[in-house]
Design a protein around this ligand. Structure first.
Ligand SMILES: NC(=O)CCC(=O)C(=O)O
Length: 310
């Protein structure tokens, strides 16, 4: 029932978009839309301590991404502030009234794009969250996702990080639609949790977007691998967007990436500031799902029996 309501919501949105775009059609030759797809741009940006310059840099790159034909533009985890437990409180903002959201809304509207606003530290009452917002081409916030799995790890001689010292975890899956394409949201460490991705697949998603910031210990071994795993297991596209690699504080791995439903990496950045563009053909999801039909072949009868005993 819930799924039907969600599908209808997507479909309603799809119809509204098409009626609107038909009315506004200028029959330009710019090929930003394909059959069932769009051009995406992932912005891997330098991030420093000055929030205003981080926001200005993002605005600049969003404009360039639009000029490059992107219909969807996505930013990284903590694109507006340094990533670190000691910084979350200092940089936290109310959503949607804080300066970062104001900028995201305006940038989406000025450029008439869908904008996945990376993440920002969010304050609500006495709690802080690591939160991703999504904006439509009218500058309206259409989704808000709070990181569900907090990044708490301890690798001696590598990295120790405890997000839960400052942040609270979100408790909700969040999706949004572009035309009839359903997109699920996660944030960085969420990538490691296959169950989350599977639930999104079961809700009908064809693309998962994870603003992230892997580190120099786990990044080389796991960043590409976990994305390919989520994409292959669920036969959908995965986008992950990192900040560019800095020189001090938390050093991000970089390598923002787009993986297709075959599990193939189809675009990947280096570690410096860079925008990657990619034309996404969502028809590939159905193609893989038909040719290797693992979903209907799952033995949920067995899985559920075993799980019930746990
Ligand atoms: N920001 C994060 O959640 C980092 C996740 C990470 O680096 C990992 O190894 O997982």
């Amino acid at each position: 029932m819930l799924l039907t309501v969600r599908y209808l919501k997507c479909y309603k949105h799809y119809l509204a978009q098409h009626i609107k775009s038909f009315a506004n059609a200028n029959f330009s030759t710019q090929a930003t839309m394909m059959n069932k797809g769009f051009r995406a741009a992932l912005l891997q940006l330098n991030v420093g301590k000055d929030r205003t310059s981080n926001l200005e840099n993002a605005v600049d790159h969003i404009k360039k991404a639009k000029e490059g034909g992107a219909k969807l533009v996505a930013l990284s985890e903590c694109f507006n502030s340094p990533y670190g437990v000691k910084f979350f409180n200092e940089y936290a903002e109310n959503i949607p009234d804080g300066p970062s959201c104001k900028m995201l809304s305006k940038a989406a509207k000025d450029n008439s794009i869908y904008l996945v606003g990376g993440t920002i530290p969010e304050r609500e009452d006495s709690k802080l969250f690591n939160t991703c917002t999504v904006w439509n081409p009218d500058g309206e916030m259409i989704a808000k996702y709070r990181k569900m799995h907090l990044f708490d790890i301890d690798i001696p001689g590598g990295i120790t990080f405890k997000e839960s010292d400052a942040l609270s975890a979100g408790n909700e899956l969040v999706t949004f639609c572009i035309d009839d394409i359903k997109i699920g949201l996660g944030i960085c460490y969420d990538l490691r949790f296959e169950e989350l991705a599977k639930l999104y697949r079961l809700q009908g998603c064809e693309l998962l977007i994870y603003p992230g910031a892997f580190n120099m210990t786990t990044g080389p071994l796991h960043w590409e691998l976990v994305q390919r795993s989520r994409a292959l297991d669920n036969q959908l596209f995965v986008f992950a967007i990192s900040p560019a690699r800095g020189e001090q504080g938390y050093i991000a791995w970089g390598h923002s990436q787009i993986t297709n439903p075959w599990g193939k990496v189809i675009a990947q950045a280096g570690h410096a500031e860079e925008t990657i563009f990619c034309d996404i053909d969502l028809a590939q999801c159905n193609e893989v799902r038909q040719q290797i039909p693992i979903y209907p072949q799952r033995r949920t009868d067995i899985y559920n029996t075993v799980l019930a005993k746990k």
